[in-house]
Design a binder for this molecule. Structure first.
Ligand SMILES: [Zn+2]
Length: 132
Protein backbone atom coordinates (compact mmCIF):
# COMPACT_ATOMS: atom_id res chain seq x y z
CA UNK A 1 0.00 0.00 0.00
CA UNK A 2 1.36 3.41 -0.85
CA UNK A 3 1.50 6.07 1.82
CA UNK A 4 0.36 9.65 1.31
CA UNK A 5 3.78 10.95 0.39
CA UNK A 6 4.38 8.20 -2.17
CA UNK A 7 0.99 8.90 -3.72
CA UNK A 8 1.78 12.62 -4.08
CA UNK A 9 5.08 11.79 -5.80
CA UNK A 10 3.49 9.15 -8.08
CA UNK A 11 0.64 11.48 -9.08
CA UNK A 12 3.04 14.31 -9.85
CA UNK A 13 5.32 12.07 -11.95
CA UNK A 14 2.23 10.93 -13.80
CA UNK A 15 1.21 14.55 -14.53
CA UNK A 16 4.74 15.36 -15.70
CA UNK A 17 4.79 12.35 -18.03
CA UNK A 18 1.86 13.91 -19.91
CA UNK A 19 3.89 17.01 -20.74
CA UNK A 20 5.65 16.64 -24.06
CA UNK A 21 8.42 18.98 -22.94
CA UNK A 22 9.01 17.46 -19.49
CA UNK A 23 8.87 13.88 -20.76
CA UNK A 24 11.49 14.65 -23.41
CA UNK A 25 14.25 14.63 -20.76
CA UNK A 26 16.13 11.37 -20.20
CA UNK A 27 19.36 10.31 -18.57
CA UNK A 28 22.21 9.72 -20.98
CA UNK A 29 24.50 6.72 -20.77
CA UNK A 30 27.32 8.67 -19.13
CA UNK A 31 24.88 9.81 -16.44
CA UNK A 32 23.83 6.23 -15.69
CA UNK A 33 27.51 5.37 -15.41
CA UNK A 34 28.02 8.32 -13.09
CA UNK A 35 25.23 6.98 -10.82
CA UNK A 36 26.81 3.51 -10.90
CA UNK A 37 30.12 5.05 -9.99
CA UNK A 38 28.93 7.37 -7.19
CA UNK A 39 25.94 5.45 -5.80
CA UNK A 40 22.47 6.71 -4.91
CA UNK A 41 23.48 8.20 -1.56
CA UNK A 42 25.84 10.59 -3.29
CA UNK A 43 23.18 11.49 -5.86
CA UNK A 44 20.82 12.19 -2.94
CA UNK A 45 23.40 14.45 -1.31
CA UNK A 46 24.02 16.31 -4.59
CA UNK A 47 20.26 16.81 -4.97
CA UNK A 48 20.10 18.53 -1.58
CA UNK A 49 23.19 20.61 -2.38
CA UNK A 50 21.81 21.83 -5.72
CA UNK A 51 18.33 22.61 -4.41
CA UNK A 52 19.65 24.37 -1.32
CA UNK A 53 22.14 26.44 -3.29
CA UNK A 54 20.20 27.18 -6.46
CA UNK A 55 16.50 27.13 -5.56
CA UNK A 56 16.09 27.64 -1.82
CA UNK A 57 16.86 31.38 -1.46
CA UNK A 58 13.98 33.86 -1.66
CA UNK A 59 15.74 35.90 -4.36
CA UNK A 60 17.74 34.27 -7.14
CA UNK A 61 19.37 36.70 -9.56
CA UNK A 62 19.67 34.20 -12.45
CA UNK A 63 16.33 32.45 -11.90
CA UNK A 64 15.35 30.46 -14.99
CA UNK A 65 18.98 29.99 -15.97
CA UNK A 66 20.45 28.30 -12.90
CA UNK A 67 19.99 24.70 -14.04
CA UNK A 68 22.18 23.40 -16.90
CA UNK A 69 20.60 21.16 -19.55
CA UNK A 70 23.41 18.59 -19.37
CA UNK A 71 26.18 17.29 -17.16
CA UNK A 72 24.74 16.00 -13.90
CA UNK A 73 21.81 13.53 -13.68
CA UNK A 74 20.16 15.75 -11.05
CA UNK A 75 20.05 18.68 -13.51
CA UNK A 76 18.17 16.51 -16.02
CA UNK A 77 15.81 15.32 -13.29
CA UNK A 78 15.16 18.96 -12.35
CA UNK A 79 14.04 19.76 -15.90
CA UNK A 80 12.01 16.57 -16.22
CA UNK A 81 10.29 17.28 -12.87
CA UNK A 82 9.81 21.04 -13.39
CA UNK A 83 12.09 21.75 -10.44
CA UNK A 84 14.55 23.75 -12.54
CA UNK A 85 13.68 27.26 -11.38
CA UNK A 86 11.29 29.10 -9.08
CA UNK A 87 8.87 29.90 -11.93
CA UNK A 88 8.49 26.22 -12.77
CA UNK A 89 8.18 25.35 -9.07
CA UNK A 90 5.37 27.85 -8.77
CA UNK A 91 3.58 26.78 -11.93
CA UNK A 92 3.83 23.00 -11.45
CA UNK A 93 4.11 22.56 -7.70
CA UNK A 94 2.31 25.64 -6.35
CA UNK A 95 5.33 26.73 -4.33
CA UNK A 96 5.26 30.55 -4.37
CA UNK A 97 8.24 32.60 -5.54
CA UNK A 98 9.98 35.31 -3.50
CA UNK A 99 10.16 33.32 -0.30
CA UNK A 100 12.79 30.94 1.01
CA UNK A 101 11.88 27.27 0.53
CA UNK A 102 11.01 25.39 3.74
CA UNK A 103 12.65 22.11 4.77
CA UNK A 104 9.45 20.33 3.80
CA UNK A 105 9.46 21.83 0.33
CA UNK A 106 13.12 20.94 -0.19
CA UNK A 107 12.41 17.36 0.97
CA UNK A 108 9.46 17.10 -1.41
CA UNK A 109 11.54 18.31 -4.38
CA UNK A 110 14.42 15.96 -3.59
CA UNK A 111 12.04 12.97 -3.15
CA UNK A 112 10.53 13.72 -6.54
CA UNK A 113 13.92 14.04 -8.25
CA UNK A 114 15.26 10.83 -6.70
CA UNK A 115 12.16 8.85 -7.66
CA UNK A 116 12.42 10.12 -11.23
CA UNK A 117 16.14 9.20 -11.35
CA UNK A 118 15.44 5.71 -9.97
CA UNK A 119 12.79 5.08 -12.63
CA UNK A 120 15.09 6.30 -15.42
CA UNK A 121 17.87 4.16 -14.05
CA UNK A 122 15.66 1.05 -14.01
CA UNK A 123 14.36 1.75 -17.52
CA UNK A 124 17.91 1.98 -18.72
CA UNK A 125 18.75 -1.42 -17.27
CA UNK A 126 15.74 -2.92 -19.07
CA UNK A 127 16.72 -1.32 -22.38
CA UNK A 128 20.27 -2.59 -21.95
CA UNK A 129 19.07 -6.15 -21.38
CA UNK A 130 16.87 -6.08 -24.47
CA UNK A 131 19.94 -5.64 -26.63
CA UNK A 132 21.07 -9.18 -25.85
ZN1 LIG B 1 12.21 26.28 -14.88
Amino acid sequence: MEDRRTKIINDKLNDLSKSKFRSSFHLRKYMIEYIDDKGFNTILKHSYDFINERLRPSNISNDGKQTPMKGHPVFIAQHACACCCRSCLEKWHHIPKNKELSDNEVNYIVSLLIEWIKREYKNNLVIDKEKF
